[in-house]
Design a protein around this ligand. Structure first.
Ligand code: ASP
Length: 325
């Protein structure tokens, strides 16, 4: 008995020491960063920019893996179940908070299944349409949509996605339901918007700015409080008459529960460096967003944000009474 407890204690000490040692040597091989949406979309764009810069700093490649579907919950679920060794991470957005209430049978416990690395950026959304969509401004769009509700299609990336959330806000502000078309991410949804197969979408500027500037889609408003430097001619939702549509899509990096704090702290320090990388600052700027502050790009910064956002959206979603299951 005595021998057993000594050997158990020795094993525990060894595990602790070797755990610390592997955290110290971390990372020794490539890291996978899961994006819970399809390639080519806004979350993917943000992730690839940050992953490239963090890879240089960490001296190991961060490989981006797209696991789209079910509004981002499939990818989050995959990371929740992964080894907590720092080699599988998740870059998700506000959907991490809204899905906690929208999905009553989530295969993971949002607030207890992850460790936190830090916030990355808070991206405004834009209300956009296919190029030849008739209405020319937001007022015209509202009138048109109300008169043609059964004909107008609205793309989103599944229930719980930012595009779904923004679309719900739009429909509730104008008190009209539209036909929604779900995709695995707004990357493929954008392809269909460009091809004219869907009419409308609400999506992050990180996916729409280039198309808006290029005139390949039509834009009606941006969901930020102020106009964006990247799109100075685009009115805010408040200017355009829908102040209730203000929404920001915050993104954060997570690791599976049990990932050592030394690792999440190291990743957070690397994230903070990446967010000061001139290339990221200028690419984010061109895409209508900015990096968060050092204090927000920390495990505590993301934890506080996620907890407050779960609390904020719960009563709103419950009052709407619309669930994903
Ligand atoms: N913008 C998408 C959303 O609606 C996600 C994505 O494809 O990145 O949440």
């Amino acid at each position: 008995m005595h021998k057993l407890s000594i050997s158990l204690a020795a094993t525990a000490v060894f595990a602790l020491v070797s755990g610390t040692a592997s955290a110290q040597g971390y990372p020794e091989r490539s890291i996978t960063m899961v994006v819970p949406f399809a390639a080519g979309g806004p979350t993917d764009t943000v992730t690839r920019l940050v992953a490239e810069s963090m890879s240089k700093d960490l001296g190991q490649q961060i490989i981006v893996e797209n696991v789209g579907g079910a509004g981002g919950t499939l990818g989050a679920s995959q990371v929740a179940k992964a080894e907590p060794d720092g080699y599988t991470l998740l870059l998700h957005h506000i959907g991490m908070a809204t899905s906690a209430t929208l999905y009553r049978k989530l295969p993971y416990d949002t607030l207890n299944a992850f460790e936190y690395v830090g916030l990355v950026t808070d991206v405004p959304m834009t209300i956009v349409a296919k190029k030849d969509f008739e209405p020319t401004d937001l007022k015209g769009l509202i009138e048109y949509v109300k008169a043609n509700a059964d004909k107008v299609s609205l793309a989103n990336a599944g229930i719980g996605a930012a595009s779904h959330l923004c679309g719900m806000l739009l429909m509730s502000e104008i008190k009209t339901s539209l036909v929604t078309v779900p995709y695995k991410g707004t990357g493929p949804a954008m392809t269909d918007l460009l091809g004219g197969q869907v009419d409308l979408m609400c999506d992050q500027t990180t996916n729409t700015t280039k198309q808006i500037k290029g005139g390949t889609i039509k834009a009606y408003a941006v969901t930020s409080a102020k106009r964006l430097d990247a799109l100075p001619d685009l009115p805010t939702v408040a200017e355009a008459g829908l102040p209730g549509l203000q929404v920001g899509i915050w993104h954060g990096i997570y690791a599976p529960k049990g990932t050592p704090a030394e690792i999440t702290e190291k990743l957070s320090a690397s994230l903070q460096k990446a967010l000061k990388d001139p290339n990221i600052i200028s690419r984010f700027g061109e895409l209508g967003t900015v990096p968060v502050t050092d204090a927000e790009a920390t495990p505590a910064g993301l934890k506080t944000k996620l907890e407050s956002e779960v609390t904020r959206w719960k009563p709103i979603i419950e009052a709407a009474g619309q669930y994903a299951d």
